[in-house]
Design a protein around this ligand. Structure first.
Ligand code: PLP
Length: 360
């Protein structure tokens, strides 16, 4: 019901047209208005993107009641994470301080990937038994380090789809010593239903300077291939991060699609509703089949597979369904992207047949 006319829904996955539930993309496809904006921009896309880029920065700032100086645009939020890591590591090196990056484990790994080649030490803190962040241990690791700590907090977390309540996170960020800097990755924030979640953008709005919040148009807005993400922080942090951002990094098509998407409130509501329905279809089947899962607050779900995950993945692939992967050290769990409700009906019927064969 929540599928727009422009979506490429896969009802019968084939080898050529598989059901892609592996990269946390948004199967709905971009909003019709975003698509139209891309088509309309093509005659002028031979120009550099300055005007569209500036307008997008302004509109994002206005959306959050902030100023343009609070925003850095990225070629996806990946670039923002990369630039933030580089900026903070450079600052520490100029101050002749050692740098460590503290990450929960498992989590989205770009902060550590970009930090490692710069010589930063990576400190991985395992999730607790409920697969939530162990903030107390992360905090202790930062407190016990003589140097700069970059703390990467993905909220909701990828691959577990769990949130970290604002109450616990905010108090750490507000009371952290000067040598701690936070990258709060909110790529999936727009999907969250749990009222215990509060965006860390609120901290930036109230003047907090030791963090950057990263967001993206790749997920709720379904623009992953057009590469638009952004960071929100205090103006002095943004200025630092901008030193490492590629000039003219925004492609015009992405910028106009993002602008149209920001205005299209109906699409956001529909996208959320569609994911809620897809999640319900999957959790009902996981319940029926007695497969454990972590309550999801994003467009993917982390669930147990009885047996070897690679074998499960390969068997799904034989059905032309790509189901994500295992994220060690969380062995025995698979991350599944939530596609459209129709797509998830296809998935659950295959999963049920696997269960009947004793495969899951
Ligand atoms: N952050 C998280 C948690 C992600 O899962 C992803 C992509 O899957 C990204 C950031 C990067 O997304 P993008 O560069 O498309 O904004």
């Amino acid at each position: 019901a929540a599928t727009p006319a422009n979506a490429a829904v896969i009802s019968f996955p084939t080898e050529k047209n598989p059901l892609l539930l592996n990269f946390n993309e948004n199967s709905l496809g971009m909003s019709a208005q975003a698509k139209q904006a891309v088509v309309d921009c093509l005659p002028t896309a031979f120009r550099y993107p300055d005007a569209a880029r500036a307008e997008l920065i302004e509109q994002i700032a206005a959306h959050f009641g902030l100023k343009s100086e609070n925003i850095t645009l990225g070629n996806g939020s990946s670039e923002t994470i990369q630039a933030a890591v580089q900026a903070i590591v450079l600052q520490a090196q100029q101050q002749q301080k050692k740098v460590q990056v503290i990450v929960p484990d498992p989590t989205f790994n770009y902060a550590e990937l970009y930090a490692k080649p710069l010589g930063a030490e990576i400190v991985k803190v395992p999730l607790n038994a409920k697969l939530e962040f162990d903030l107390a241990t992360m905090q202790a690791k930062a407190a016990g380090f003589a140097g700069k700590s970059i703390v990467y907090l993905c909220n909701p977390n990828n691959p577990t789809a769990t949130i970290t309540p604002a109450a616990t996170m905010d108090s750490w960020i507000k009371s952290a010593p000067a040598d701690t800097f936070f990258i709060v990755d909110e790529a999936y924030a727009e999907f969250v239903n749990d009222p215990a979640f509060k965006s860390a953008i609120g901290l930036v709005q109230s003047g907090q300077k030791n963090l950057i919040v990263t967001r993206t148009f790749s997920k709720i807005f379904a623009l992953a291939g057009l590469r638009i993400g952004y960071g929100i922080a205090a103006p002095e942090v943004i200025a630092q991060v901008e030193n490492f951002v590629s000039l003219d990094n925004t492609n015009t098509a992405g910028a106009v699609a993002a602008l149209a998407s920001l205005k299209d409130k109906t699409f956001v509501a529909m996208s959320r509703k569609s994911i809620d329905l897809s999640r319900q279809i999957v959790t009902s089947m996981l319940d029926e089949l007695n497969l454990e899962y972590v309550p999801s607050q994003a467009n993917f779900i982390f669930h147990k597979v009885n047996g070897d995950v690679k074998t499960y993945q390969d068997r799904m692939k034989q059905q032309n369904i790509y189901v994500g992967r295992e994220f060690p050290p969380a062995v025995g769990w698979n991350r599944l992207t939530l596609g459209t409700p129709q797509e998830m009906q296809v998935f659950v019927s295959v999963l049920k047949s696997f269960s009947a064969k004793g495969w899951v």
